[in-house]
Write a protein that binds this ligand. Sequence first.
Ligand code: SF4
Length: 277
Amino acid sequence: MKATEYRSALQPVWCPGCGDFGVLKGLTQAFADLELAPEKLGVISGIGCSSRLPGYLRAFSFNSIHGRALPIATGLKVARPDLTVFVVGGDGDGFSIGVGHVPHAVRRDVDLTYAVMDNGIYALTKGQASATTPIGIKRERGLAGVDEQPLDPVLFVLSLGCGFVARTHSGNLPHMREMFREGIRHPGFAFIHVLAGCATYQTKAYQEEIRGRTELLPDDHDPTDFRRAMDVALDERFKLGVIYRRPPVAARPAWAGGGAPPPVEPREEPTPPDDAD
Ligand code: SF4
């Protein structure tokens, strides 16, 4: 199938120049690269601008409840381990109201790919500060919580023990496509931090600063080295690529990216009590 054949008839209502257009394109390209059949795809989101994305796809799509995309996707994958389940949402959805679900999705290690389109703002509700808004932006725009430290999504999920962590930028289509492919291929919970542009509520200076701070991981980066991955997460610059990838665990249930579930052994009927005496 061609990437365009994964699109539904619905036309996106995002603002012109929104970074979410690139994410939609990168995702359909990754689906096409992996030759995933639409009837074997589940795409789940929460609420927000970026959470509109599932509606624009040919798949089992569900634009669900604010902050609850991960538990819903977990339920889908456990019930239908044959589906590839992809979760999308924004920083407000995933790291403010929904943040309590992230540690549990990581520790359960259900075979989901979770792409967070982080534009550092609640865009759908007109630009309030989210958990990832930098202090400088809060001060500049008079947003609430000016002195609250932002949460770093990559550092957060790494510290939780996430088995696959990558970062990409919504303006770099080939890179996004590759990161989505890698995340889907990973057997277990995969987290992809997408630095996403908001053409309406981010200032030009902020967009340029983020873009200027991104660079590709060096070729010699070893994604199996956890300490190195933590150094990358702590770096001032936004390094793009697969930051950490845990070697696969041998035996895993189907919902966690393993093979078919083992056959159920027939139950041995208990011997009836001998009531002769
Ligand atoms: Fe995209 Fe921002 Fe417009 Fe929302 S408000 S659709 S994030 S550009």
